[in-house]
Design a protein around this ligand. Structure first.
Ligand SMILES: [Zn+2]
Ligand SMILES: [Zn+2]
Length: 238
């Protein structure tokens, strides 16, 4: 048992209780409480669908994303998943990402290997948020997924400009306009052939799409996407 374990015990990502010192990253019964994404899912973004007969979710059908394919770990509609991510975002507790990232990595390893990606690129946060929070949750996820998938993480490729407004108070069109100029790649950077963009949550895909556009423009041919949580597509055939 290390001194650090005593002062800062690891916490379970589901119940948030302190775990016994050692290698345990989640209480065994809590493993079942994570609502992992299962098929059928959108062939493009990986969003869970209500019916097998749909190929794509409503969002992708309306506006097909520019990335090649996305995969996500768990459903954002699950209260445990929502609480886990808000804990990471607002309570400075990124350690609870250890288990979900390891588990996600194990489940997607074979498929991701086919993508031939050279690096994971986290979606950057607004510089003021980085200052107040001290870390970027997407980078915390990327570094853990990088370990699980044996891929390097490149947090120095894609940046977010100082000037963008908070997305919360904007309409969908305003969000897209706002995002269109939010991200940039410094021109001096060596480019890649294939990368994986990493974010915490996928909803309408507007952030992932804005990042993908900038990555494509920087010369990368194929961009994939991994997110820890994703919304659900609720359409049904009538
Ligand atoms: Zn637990
Ligand atoms: Zn989709």
């Amino acid at each position: 048992m290390s001194f650090i374990d005593l002062i800062y015990p690891k916490r379970c990502p589901v119940c948030l209780e302190a775990l016994p010192p050692g290698k345990t990253l989640i209480c065994p019964p809590c493993k079942e409480k994570i609502r992992r994404v299962t098929s059928p899912t959108c062939m493009k973004c990986g969003k869970p669908l209500m019916e097998e007969s749909f190929e794509y979710c409503g969002n992708c059908e309306k506006r097909m994303p520019l990335f090649v394919k996305g995969l996500s770990y768990a459903e954002y509609t699950s209260k445990y998943v929502r609480r886990m991510l808000s804990e990471v975002k607002y309570h400075e507790n990124p350690q609870i990402l250890d288990y979900p990232c390891l588990d996600f990595g194990d489940r997607i390893r074979d498929e991701v290997a086919l993508w031939g990606a050279e690096a994971l690129i986290p979606v950057p946060v607004h510089p003021s948020k980085l200052k107040s929070r001290g870390y970027n949750q997407a980078e915390e996820i990327a570094s853990r997924l990088g370990k699980a998938l044996s891929l390097p993480v490149d947090p120095g490729y894609l940046f977010r400009s100082e000037k963008t407004e908070a997305q919360k108070n904007l309409t969908e069109q305003e969000r897209r306009n706002n995002l269109a100029t939010a991200f940039f790649v410094p021109s001096s950077h060596k480019t890649y052939e294939s990368v994986i963009l990493v974010d915490d949550i996928y909803t309408t895909g507007s952030t992932a799409n804005a990042c993908t556009r900038v990555l494509l423009a920087s010369g990368i041919s194929r961009i994939y996407l991994l997110t820890l949580a994703i919304g659900r597509d609720n359409r049904l055939t009538l």
